[in-house]
Design a protein around this ligand. Structure first.
Ligand code: NAD
Length: 471
């Protein structure tokens, strides 16, 4: 594996080796050396040198390139799905959704960039003329985690290119294969040299990238813990930052909810992608009056789940992506045991495959609010449930978290759901739906879930710096 710098594949000069393992069968896929800080310097220099010409391209020219990327993604879809399955453990069904969503994202920004007024003139009554301008921020560093390859990167790469920024992209060192293929694709379409640079780096080189003087902005998606380091390092040179961090999102099931719908949304909101979602609705709050009937149906559904590689349907679950993450989830199960949390389901009903980083889904009920499982992001298939008597109590419980990324409300009255939604301190709220994110919506969190917003016009604004000329 090589880095892609200034339109050329270049050998890494780093000495730290990473082993990629297929999470479905624990077989080694490959080993590679990660980028050194010198490789990072070369990538930043290339982006810096390419900035002037790329920033002068017209919105239409940039839109053309974004559409070319989307067209090319469509052509290599099956390869990307295969690599996502191999490297991340996703089923082909879920990997296909990722690729399709990333294509939508490139097309969305290709369209949006043509509608934005990058320069606007106002003639004032006092005779002055104002020219408001939106300028690309400059060289941006884009850093992504391993749970949604191609999507988390599309949410950054598409608006950054649309804005006229040049970039250094660092995907997760643990799941680099889909984005490596994406870069090959850019090379094939002869994307302008130096505008897009890929470095396959670990935390050391990533830190160097974040602190680099020639980087004007960092857009980071990952854990809150690392996000805090990124923000601190960026502060030294007053870099702009967008941080998409962790979550511990609630799902509120109101007294008038349709129970089958509630089960469906609770399952998908928690166990899709094996629970490895920043926005997983992992704190379930159900109205006391329907709790017994809901729990009965939820228990039956979870106990009927099948674990395995490349399965189809909402009642199936693939592996955890890495051994390290599997260990972390198992540590939380030990805590649950020590805290004597009550399991809703009979785990014997679910079969565990012999090989692979699989873990059974877990549902705990009546979880105390002081429990670490209630408070902390686990990033695996563990859901904690509580009942509530009044909606006031539900809102307080939902908002009582360090995080504020997402929330779901299941209700028979959408009108009432909208009123309740206004009181939730979360960046994205679903009413009677789950984990559905459109490119023209908005993504980002309150509190420790992040800083700034991705997607929609806000996503593009995140790569623009405004100024004004007064004449
Ligand atoms: P992580 O924070 O360990 O790593 C994320 C990325 O940061 C990786 O590419 C990693 O190599 C890099 N990195 C590590 N140390 C760094 C440093 N010191 N400086 C700069 N970069 C560094 O997260 P992860 O385990 O890859 O992903 C899981 C986390 O990501 C979860 O907390 C999840 O909630 C979060 N996430 C958030 C969103 C969102 O949109 N809010 C989306 C997906 C994942």
């Amino acid at each position: 594996m090589q880095n892609y710098i200034n339109g050329r594949w270049q050998n890494t000069t780093g000495t730290s080796e990473i082993e990629l393992i297929n999470p479905c069968n624990e077989q080694v896929l490959m080993r590679y050396f990660t980028a050194s800080t010198q490789d990072v310097d070369a990538a930043v220099l290339a982006a810096h040198q390419a900035f002037h010409s790329w920033s002068l391209t017209t919105p239409l020219e940039r839109a053309d390139w974004l559409n070319k990327i989307a067209n090319q993604l469509e052509k290599v879809q099956s390869k990307l799905i295969e690599l996502s399955h191999l490297n991340n453990g996703k089923s082909s069904e879920q990997a296909r959704v990722d690729v399709e969503n990333s294509i939508h994202c490139y097309r969305y920004y290709a369209d949006l960039v043509q509608k934005i007024a990058f320069s606007q003139i106002t003639q004032c009554e006092n005779g002055t003329e104002l020219i408001h301008q939106k300028n690309p921020i400059g060289v941006v560093a884009l850093i992504t985690p391993w749970n949604f390859p191609l999507i988390t990167s599309a949410w950054k790469i598409a608006p950054a290119l649309a804005a006229g920024c040049t970039l250094v992209f660092k995907p997760s060192e643990l799941v680099p294969l889909p984005e490596y293929e994406f870069t090959k694709m850019l090379d094939e379409i002869q994307f302008p040299q130096g505008v897009f640079n890929l470095i396959l780096a670990d935390a050391v080189a990533a830190q160097h990238l974040v602190a680099h003087d020639e980087v004007n902005k960092v857009s980071f998606t990952g854990s809150t813990e690392v996000g805090i380091h990124v923000m601190q390092a960026a502060a030294r040179s007053v870099k702009r930052v967008t941080l998409e961090l962790g979550g511990k999102s609630p799902i509120l099931i109101l007294h008038d909810a349709n129970l089958d719908e509630a089960v469906d949304k609770a399952l998908g909101g928690m166990f899709y992608n094996s629970g490895q979602m920043c926005s997983a609705t992992s704190r379930l709050l159900v109205h006391q009056s329907i709790a017994d009937r809901f729990y009965q149906k939820f228990k039956a559904a979870v106990e009927s789940m099948t674990l395995g590689a490349d399965l189809v349907g909402p009642l199936s679950m693939g592996p955890i992506t890495t051994q390290k993450q599997l260990n972390k989830i198992q540590e939380y199960l030990m805590i649950a045991q020590n805290e004597k949390l009550q399991s809703l389901i009979d785990l014997n009903q679910i079969q565990l495959p012999k090989l692979g980083f699989f873990i059974k889904p877990h549902v705990f009920i009546d979880v105390p609010t002081e429990s670490r499982l209630w408070k902390e992001e686990i990033f695996g298939p563990i859901i904690c449930c509580r009942t509530f008597e009044s909606e006031e109590e539900a809102i307080n419980l939902a908002n009582d978290s360090d995080f504020g990324l997402a929330a779901t409300i299941i209700t028979g009255s959408v009108t009432h759901g909208k009123t309740l939604a206004k009181r939730l301190r979360s960046g994205h709220i679903w009413i009677n739906s789950f984990q559905m994110i459109q490119p023209n919506s908005l993504w980002g969190g309150f509190k420790k879930s992040g800083v700034g917003r991705e997607l929609g016009e806000s996503g593009l604004s995140g790569y623009l710096e405004e100024n004004v000329i007064t004449i």
